[in-house]
Design a protein around this ligand. Structure first.
Ligand code: AMP
Ligand code: GLY
Length: 423
């Protein structure tokens, strides 16, 4: 069969790698893709938001399955556009992707269906939000309602900071229209865990757990980023925590979406905080995590196409997801200055060392092919993943492999997976 993948980051590279392993697949296309994805797929210069061109391409090439990696097109209704043309596509429809597209929607859903999450209020009026802060306790969390590249969350320690934050979101519109509505919620403490799950509208099957490192600098300092590294599994996601989440979070979420007339098909990403009062939902995303996919997919034993087809056909209950009994760590190699400002176009060397080295992967995030070779083309450039028998070995291997790569202004965190020493 022929598969089209939509997206251009490390997550889509991990998806392409996984799809390429399937015996069912003869040809992979990726729109728009990147220099690493080119190893498995023919990359075509169509943007992820160009729905008409994507569907026309899928029809012209006789694509059997399209996989949407990114949030923007999902929230914008790309799945509906494919379905309207009778094309098979993996991902939630627009009316379900809203679970990520609107934080106010997802908070109201959790409240209505008793799914554990931080206490909150939604606001569309700046004055009301400011009044609410007068009696709130601190720290407190402000969230722009819509998509904001993972950056629309402000953690405010004082009333002054929070008042400034409300202005930043609602008046100055730092995150654009995402800030027309705002969620103000209770600050939670604990371990964060990301759990990705396949869904077919009624059944949900969770993948192995992972933990992301969102801050730019060591020791969780610096600005929030798209993610600087991950490890999988999380030692803090115990069997007891998992049981709780299965019972009170995952299935209830899928049932809630179905009850709302928004059946959820695709990957559901649940961001959890394991608080002293039990696990609570931080956020939902409507797609694989990036860089969670880069540690979860290399450990998955199933043929990803089998699982995705089962999701689309509503028979996920027939699938038994299986993961290797090992661990993986991904260290993101970024351009120094990310997430604020950084240069592009530096030649990358050392990529060949990953070829055919079992258990080591170099997933491209922001790269492109140039006459002088593969060059940096984004803030997050590469995700170096290594497996190991356990988390410590995987971490050692990943940091060793991170040294194989060279490019000007290379930057990485040195404490990805450090938390496992405290487990
Ligand atoms: P989100 O995009 O909602 O996942 O938020 C980004 C990051 O902000 C999360 O990964 C957490 O580290 C942090 N965060 C979000 N909401 C809260 C909260 N209620 N309490 C503490 N930290 C939070
Ligand atoms: N790594 C967090 C995300 O994909 O949203």
């Amino acid at each position: 069969m022929k598969v089209l993948i939509v997206g251009s980051g490390g997550r889509e590279h991990a998806i392409a790698w996984s799809v390429a392993k399937s015996d069912k697949v003869d040809k992979i296309y990726c729109a728009p893709g990147n220099a690493g994805i080119e190893e498995y797929a023919e990359c075509v210069p169509i943007g992820a938001m160009e729905f008409d061109r994507l569907t026309a391409f899928a029809k012209e090439k006789g694509i059997d399955l399209t996989i949407i990696g990114m949030d923007d097109p999902l929230v914008g209704g790309v799945v509906d556009a494919f379905e309207a043309e009778g094309l098979k596509v993996f991902g939630p429809r627009k009316n379900a992707a809203i679970i990520e597209g609107s934080k106010a929607f997802s908070k109201d859903l959790m409240k209505k269906y008793n799914i554990p999450t931080a206490a909150y209020e939604n606001f569309t009026d700046q004055e009301e939000a400011l009044r609410y802060l007068e009696t709130a306790s601190f720290p407190i969390v402000l969230k722009a309602d819509g998509l904001a590249l993972g950056k629309g969350v402000l953690i405010c320690n004082t009333p002054e900071e929070a008042r400034e934050g409300v202005k930043t979101i609602m008046e100055e519109k730092k995150f654009g229209d995402a800030g027309n509505t705002m969620v103000i919620e209770e600050f939670m403490t604990g371990r964060e865990v990301s759990v990705l799950a396949f869904c077919d509208g009624k059944t949900i099957r969770c993948m192995t757990s992972a933990q992301d490192h969102k801050r730019a600098k060591d020791g969780d300092q610096g600005l929030n980023t798209g993610g600087m590294g991950t490890f999988s599994p999380s030692p803090f996601y115990t069997a007891e925590v998992e049981d709780f989440c299965e019972k009170y979070i995952y299935q209830p979420t899928i049932d809630a979406m179905a009850a709302e007339g928004r059946p959820y098909t695709g990957v559901l990403f649940t961001g959890l905080m394991i608080t002293k009062d039990g696990p609570k939902v931080l956020e939902y995303n409507c797609r694989f995590g990036d860089p969670e996919a880069q540690v979860v997919l290399p450990r998955m034993k199933n043929d990803i196409i089998d699982v995705m087809e089962a999701c689309i056909e509503g028979r996920l209950d027939e699938i038994n997801l299986e993961f290797e009994d090992n661990a993986a760590v991904c260290v993101v190699l970024a351009s120094d200055g990310y997430p604020v400002s950084y240069e592009k176009g530096f030649v990358i060397s050392g990529l060949d060392r990953f070829k055919e080295k079992e258990g080591y992967y170099c997933f491209h995030a922001g790269t492109k092919s140039a006459p002088e070779g593969i060059v940096t083309n984004g803030g997050r450039v590469l995700g170096v993943t290594a497996k190991g028998d356990d988390l410590k070995e995987a971490r050692k291997n990943a940091y060793e492999a991170a040294e194989w790569i060279h490019f000007d202004n290379k930057y990485m965190r040195h404490d990805i997976g450090k938390a496992i020493d405290e487990a």
